[in-house]
Design a protein. Structure first.
Length: 292
């Protein structure tokens, strides 16, 4: 199904491209393919609306006489080329993809027009008031939580190979280290002398503060269930054998508004700008001839 905006045709190919982009984004966010498939029609409708909005903003840019300067295009092109191995290498890659530098320049101009129209549309939206920020905070308190954290040290002994003999030797070594610590040896010194983890040599095995989801599961489970000042049992992970010492712990807590006021103001302002952007798009639609 194609769509026409003031006589300009938005083809199925254009819509399919936006659908594919959206699907790839959802996949990178960890959304399962089967869940995405259930929403295929909604994704397609959103892609159509995106194409319509893009075309209308491009026409508005033309109406306002907005276009990227040669200097801006050159500056952006240089940045892109630098990130891709230099201009010569970038040109090779562009040609290999079937495109040209002129096409890249046209895309830079295209992006500039859209960004400038959007910026102009919302630039008069004021920063959110404290009242609006507090209302956002109250409605989204789950966004303003400090998760449970622990501050810990560890010692890692890695087997020299995957053989049972080397695994047994590594296990015996870390068991001996653990026993020495229980008998009074300093955990930090043992980490500096024997740990295979870089943190051992540099920081006495210190991992600093970390929350859940930052360490491998067996390590995390142990660290978050231990008492302060306790030396863990030996824990096996894909990295080898560990022992852990927990120095400190902070429980999860709700952050107070004053602690996150700046973030709440930014979030409330962003919502106000998105609302104004949507209103602006609807205004452009009302003035356009749209054939579906």
């Amino acid at each position: 199904m194609s769509v026409k905006i003031n006589g300009f045709e938005i083809t199925d190919q254009m819509i399919d491209y936006e659908v594919e982009r959206a699907i790839n984004f959802y996949l990178t966010q960890g959304i399962p393919q089967e869940e995405i498939n259930k929403d295929k029609e909604a994704i397609r409708q959103a892609a159509i609306e995106h194409c319509i909005a893009t075309r209308l903003m491009l026409e508005e840019a033309e109406r306002q006489g907005i276009k990227a300067s040669d200097e801006h295009i050159k500056d952006q092109l240089d940045k892109i080329a630098k990130a891709n191995g230099g201009m010569e290498e970038f040109e090779k890659r562009v040609k290999a993809s079937g495109a040209s530098l002129d096409m890249v320049k046209a895309q830079i101009d295209f992006n500039y027009k859209l960004m400038t129209v959007e910026k102009n549309a919302v630039e008069k939206v004021p920063e959110a008031t404290e009242e609006a920020a507090r209302a956002y905070y109250d409605a989204h308190k789950n966004q303003f939580c400090e998760e449970e954290q622990v501050n810990a040290q560890h010692i890692l002994i890695t087997p020299k190979s995957k053989s049972e003999e080397d695994k047994k030797a590594a296990l015996e070594e870390i068991q001996a280290i653990r026993q020495r610590i229980i008998d009074g040896a300093e955990f930090t010194k043992e980490a500096e002398l024997y740990s295979a983890c870089p943190s051992g040599k540099q920081n006495g095995g210190s991992l600093g503060w970390f929350g859940r989801g930052m360490m491998v599961k067996p390590f995390e489970d142990a660290a978050f269930t231990m008492k302060l000042g306790e030396v863990s049992d030996v824990i096996e992970t894909q990295f080898g054998f560990h022992i852990i010492y927990v120095n400190d712990r902070e429980d999860a807590r709700q952050l107070e508004f004053e602690e996150v006021k700046a973030e709440a103001v930014n979030a409330a302002t962003s919502i106000a700008k998105e609302t104004e952007r949507s209103r602006f798009i609807e205004e452009l639609k009302s003035k356009a001839t749209i054939e579906r």
